[in-house]
Design a protein around this ligand. Structure first.
Ligand SMILES: Nc1nc2c([nH]c(=O)n2[C@@H]2O[C@H](COP(=O)(O)OP(=O)(O)OP(=O)(O)O)[C@@H](O)[C@H]2O)c(=O)[nH]1
Ligand SMILES: [Mg+2]
Length: 134
């Protein structure tokens, strides 16, 4: 059994070619080097959509309207020290120049090629679902 439930919000950002953005977790964070969806934890009092828009601004410099977040699916995964609950939202519209602001590498990946990126275990079923759906 893992401990407390941690709510993390994440985005599948699609470009006009239908590729999805993955970001590489920076050195010094847990699971450094693995490829993941941009996003993060909620701050106290935040709504999930509000938190995701804030994270996308902080991590990628883009402005996204909460109304532009479309729910796709979610991850529910037991890590040794917490249980991750992570809704994944589709994002196709944003303002601003997209750039990795935390020194993270980014990649635009065709849905069918997601599986070749090394990712946190919680993300594997999400990669499979995206490859099926898009
Ligand atoms: N953002 C994000 N986090 C994920 C994914 N998959 C996954 O297991 N996680 C886990 O969710 C947790 C929180 O994510 P995070 O580190 O991005 O949180 P954060 O942006 O608030 O960063 P911080 O901890 O530096 O404040 C981490 O333990 C992370 O490993 C994913 O695809 N995207
Ligand atoms: Mg984050």
């Amino acid at each position: 059994m893992s401990g407390t439930v941690l709510l993390v919000v994440a985005a599948a950002i699609f470009n006009e070619s239908g590729e999805i953005l993955l970001a590489q977790r920076p050195e010094g964070k847990s699971m450094a080097g693995l490829w993941e969806f941009p996003g993060g934890k909620l701050e106290p009092g935040e709504r999930p959509e509000e938190a995701l828009c804030r994270e996308l601004k902080e991590e990628l410099q883009i402005s996204v309207e909460p109304s532009a977040l479309q729910p796709i699916t979610f991850a529910s995964f037991g890590y040794p020290d917490f249980h991750l609950l992570m809704p994944l939202y589709e994002v196709r519209d944003w303002r601003g120049e997209l750039a990795g602001l935390e020194g993270q590498e980014i990649a635009w990946v065709k849905p069918a090629e997601l599986a070749s990126y090394k990712a946190p275990p919680a993300d594997i079923p999400l990669f499979e679902e995206l490859a099926r759906r898009y």
